[in-house]
Design a protein around this ligand. Structure first.
Ligand code: ADP
Ligand code: MG
Length: 658
C-alpha cells in the first residue's frame, strides 16, 4: 500500500480573539490520496477553510501531526514551509488575489521568481493561459478581465509549477453560474489529467464535480464519502522530490533574479508616480542642496587660494609690536624699530630668503585740483612690486634710481583714481601728497576688498621719499620677506627671529615684534569657510533625514496597502528574505531616483549661480558619488523597518486583510 499524499492525525486548531478562544478544528484525522478530487463541505464557520489552510501548509496545527508523503512537517520553519508550498502546492482563492499592476502573463509567472529555477518561465505561463482558454488576453491587466477570466488566470498561476495538489477555497464563490461551471470544467479536466484537488465549497452543485465529499460541522468531520472509484495514479510523488530539506535557498544574483526584483520595484514606483515623486522630494532637495553647497564651498576655496597666490603665499611680514595685543602695543613694553640695515641683513639670509623689502606706513592727504582725499600712504622698496604683485598695468613701477634718489613719484590705487580723477587718466599728472608735489607714474592693480578693508585705497611712493621727505620717520614700519620655497617658511621665521633678537639685543621672552605668514591668514580663511560648509552641510543633512523619514512613511503606507499582495506572494512561496528584499529594493530605488534628480538639480543650480550671480562654483565627481551612495544608504536605512514589517506578516492574516 502506498503512503497517502497528505495525512492529518488528530489535528486541533484554536484561534484566540481577545479573551475568547474559537476552536475551529477539534481533532480532525484525514488522509488525501494521490489523484483524489475532494470537496470539503459544511455550513459557514464549520472549519472548512481552517482545514484546507493546514492541508495547504499555509497554517500549522496547535496539536496533532501532519505527514506530507510520510514526512512530518510540524517542525518546519516558515521559510521551509514557503519552499514546500512553492514546490508542491497551487492555490486558488475566492478573491482571485491577482496583482493589479502586472499583466496576466506576469501574474501567472509569479511563482517562478520564488522557485530558484533557471529560465524566465514566460513560455510556461503562456502555455498555462492557453490551457485555461485565455490566449486572447495575454497582454491585459487583471482589471480588464471579468471575474471568471480572473479566476482562470489564478488557476493558470496555480498550475505554473505543475503542482502535485491544487487547493481551492470557494473558487466559484464570487462567480455567476455560467462562469462557475466553466471553472469547474477546468478543475474536472485537471483532475482527469492526474492532479490531486482539495476544494472547499458550500454548494452542492459544485461539490458534485468532486469524487469524494468530506462534510464538516463544528470543527469535526461528520462524513467522508467516496462517490466514484479513484483514478489510477499517474504521477509518482517520489519523483517530485518535495522533501522540504531538499529545497535550497536561492541566491539573489542567480539567473537575473535581482533584475527581476528591480523591475518589479520600478513597476511599483511608477504605478504611483505622483506619490513616489512627492515622497522623494525631501531626498531631492537634500541631495540638490548638498551638491550645490559642496560646489559653492569648493568654488570659494579655489578662488580663495587663487587670491592667496596673488598675495604671494611665501610671504612673511615682520612688524614691531606684540603679536598678541594688536594695536595696543604702546604701553605694553618696547616696540622694535626696524631700519634698512635690518632689511639688508634679512635679505642676506641665503638661501632661505629670496628678497626682503622695508615698508613704511602713514596717512596721506592727496590733493588734485580742487579735490582732496585722505588715504593710506605706503613707502615701499623696489622688490615690493613683484613680491606683492603690485606692478601697474597702466603706467610703470618705480625704478631703483628713483628709490635711491628719494624721487617724488607715486603709484595710486583705483579708489584714489576714482575720487580724484574720475574717468580721466592720472598718469603723468601732478598731485600733492601732504603738500608736496608728486608725479603719478602708474595705477596699482585692483585688488578689491579684504574684509572691510579697501585694498585699492592707497598711494605707493618710494620708501626713502616716504621716510625722509613726507612722514619724517627714520625707521621702517615693517619688512616684507619673500621665502625661496614654501616649505622653508618655518625655518626662515626662526632664522629671522634669531637675527632680530641678536641685532636689537632683545631677550627671547621680549614681545616687541612679530613675524606673520600667509598660512595664518590661509588657516583663518579656511576655518571660516569650513564653519560655513559645516553649517550648510548640516542643513542639507537634516533635509536628507527628513526626506528619509518621508520615505519610511510612504513605504509603511505601501506595505499596509499591499498586505494582501504580500500574503499572496508568501502563499505561493516567497520567503521572508524575498519580501524584505522586494521592499528594500523599492525604497532604495525610490531614494536613488530622488538622488539622481537631486544631483541634476544641484549641478543645474550651481551652474545657474555661476552664470547669473557670478559665484565661483566647482561641482566635483566626489560630491556626486557621495550623494548617490548616501541616497542609497538612506533607502536602506529608512526602508529597513517597513521591509521587516512586510516580511514578518503571516501569509494567512495578510491574505485576509481588508
Ligand atoms: P469555514 O471556512 O467553514 O466558514 P473557518 O475555518 O473559516 O470556517 O472558521 C472556523 C471558525 O474559526 C469560525 O468560527 C471562524 O470565525 C473562526 N476563525 C477562522 N479564522 C479565524 C481567525 N484568523 N481568527 C479568529 N477566528 C477565526
Ligand atoms: Mg471559509
Amino acid at each position: 500500500m502506498t503512503k497517502p499524499l497528505l495525512e492529518l492525525i488528530d489535528v486541533h486548531r484554536t484561534y484566540q480573539i481577545g479573551e475568547s478562544t474559537v476552536q475551529a478544528l477539534r481533532g480532525v484525522s484525514v488522509s488525501i490520496e494521490q489523484g483524489d478530487f475532494v470537496a470539503i463541505m459544511g455550513p459557514s464557520g464549520s472549519g472548512k477553510s481552517s482545514l484546507m489552510q493546514i492541508l495547504g501548509l499555509l497554517d500549522t496545527p496547535d496539536k496533532g501531526d501532519y505527514l506530507l508523503h510520510g514526512k512530518n512537517v510540524n517542525t518546519l520553519s516558515e521559510d521551509e514551509l514557503a519552499g514546500v508550498r512553492n514546490n508542491v502546492a497551487g492555490f486558488v482563492f475566492q478573491q482571485f488575489h491577482l496583482l493589479k499592476r502586472m499583466s496576466i502573463v506576469e501574474n501567472v509567472r509569479l511563482p517562478h521568481i520564488y522557485s530558484g529555477l533557471k529560465g524566465d518561465f514566460r513560455q510556461e505561463a503562456i502555455e498555462r493561459l492557453i490551457q485555461v482558454g485565455l490566449e486572447q488576453r495575454m497582454d491585459h491587466t487583471p482589471n480588464q478581465l471579468s471575474g471568471g477570466e480572473q479566476q482562470r488566470v489564478a488557476i493558470a498561476r496555480a498550475l505554473l509549477r505543475d503542482p502535485l495538489i491544487i487547493f481551492a477555497d470557494e473558487p466559484t464563490g464570487n462567480l455567476d453560474t455560467k462562469n462557475s461551471s466553466e471553472i469547474m470544467k477546468i478543475f474536472k479536466g485537471l483532475h482527469e489529467a492526474g492532479k490531486t484537488i482539495v476544494m472547499v465549497t458550500h454548494e452542492h452543485e459544485i461539490a458534485d464535480y468532486a469524487k469524494r465529499v468530506i462534510t464538516m460541522r463544528d470543527g469535526v468531520i461528520l462524513s467522508d464519502e467516496r462517490r466514484s472509484p479513484q483514478l489510477p495514479v499517474v504521477v509518482d510523488p517520489g519523483d517530485r522530490g518535495f522533501d522540504p530539506h531538499g529545497v535550497k535557498p536561492v541566491s539573489l544574483w542567480q539567473d537575473g533574479r535581482f533584475i527581476g526584483f528591480m523591475a518589479q520595484a520600478f513597476q511599483a514606483i511608477l504605478a504611483n508616480k505622483m506619490r513616489s515623486f512627492l515622497s522623494v522630494l525631501g531626498i531631492m532637495v537634500g541631495v540638490a542642496s548638498v551638491i550645490a553647497m559642496m560646489a559653492l564651498g569648493e568654488g570659494a576655496k579655489a578662488s580663495m587660494q587663487e587670491q592667496l597666490k596673488s598675495m604671494g603665499s611665501n610671504m612673511l611680514s615682520i612688524r614691531g609690536g606684540s603679536a598678541r595685543i594688536r594695536g595696543a602695543t604702546q604701553g605694553a613694553g618696547a616696540v622694535a624699530r626696524f631700519t634698512f640695515s635690518d632689511a639688508d641683513k634679512i635679505s642676506a639670509l641665503k638661501p632661505l630668503v629670496k628678497s626682503a623689502a622695508g615698508v613704511v606706513n602713514g596717512s596721506g592727504r592727496i590733493v588734485y585740483g580742487n579735490k582732496n582725499w585722505s588715504t593710506n600712504l605706503s613707502g615701499v622698496g623696489y622688490e615690493y612690486g613683484t613680491m606683492r604683485a603690485t606692478i601697474p598695468a597702466i603706467g610703470r613701477w618705480f625704478n631703483e634710481e628713483e628709490i635711491r634718489k628719494r624721487d617724488k613719484v607715486a603709484i595710486i590705487g583705483v579708489t584714489v583714481v576714482k575720487e580724484l580723477f574720475g574717468e580721466s587718466n592720472p598718469v603723468g599728472r601732478t598731485i600733492k601728497i601732504n603738500r608736496i608735489n608728486f608725479t603719478v607714474i602708474g595705477i596699482a592693480p585692483a585688488k578689491g576688498f579684504s574684509g572691510p578693508q579697501d585694498e585699492d585705497d592707497l598711494v605707493l611712493i618710494p620708501v626713502t621719499t616716504a621716510m625722509f621727505r613726507v612722514l619724517g620717520k627714520d625707521y621702517l614700519s615693517g619688512i616684507f620677506v619673500e621665502v625661496s620655497q614654501p616649505t622653508w617658511i618655518e625655518q626662515t621665521k626662526s632664522a629671522i627671529n634669531e637675527l632680530i633678537i641678536k641685532r636689537h639685543r632683545l631677550k627671547a621672552e621680549d614681545d616687541s615684534f612679530n613675524i606673520r605668514d600667509m598660512t595664518e591668514i590661509q588657516k583663518m580663511l579656511s576655518s571660516t569657510t569650513q564653519t560655513m560648509s559645516l553649517l550648510l552641510g548640516s542643513i542639507a543633512a537634516i533635509s536628507l533625514v527628513v526626506g528619509g523619514i518621508g520615505i519610511m512613511n510612504i513605504m509603511l503606507v505601501s506595505v499596509t496597502e499591499r498586505t494582501r499582495e504580500i500574503g499572496l506572494r508568501k502563499a505561493i512561496g516567497a520567503r521572508k528574505g524575498d519580501i524584505m528584499l522586494q521592499f528594500l529594493v523599492e525604497s532604495v530605488g525610490l531614494t536613488i531616483s530622488g538622488g539622481l534628480i537631486g544631483i541634476i538639480a544641484g549641478v543645474g543650480i550651481s551652474l545657474l549661480l555661476a552664470i547669473f550671480a557670478g559665484w565661483a562654483v566647482k561641482s566635483s565627481m566626489v560630491s556626486i558619488a557621495v550623494a548617490t551612495v548616501f541616497s542609497a544608504l538612506i533607502g536602506i536605512f529608512f526602508g529597513l523597518w517597513p521591509a521587516r514589517k512586510a516580511a514578518e506578516l503571516k501569509p494567512l492574516e495578510a491574505l485576509r486583510y481588508e
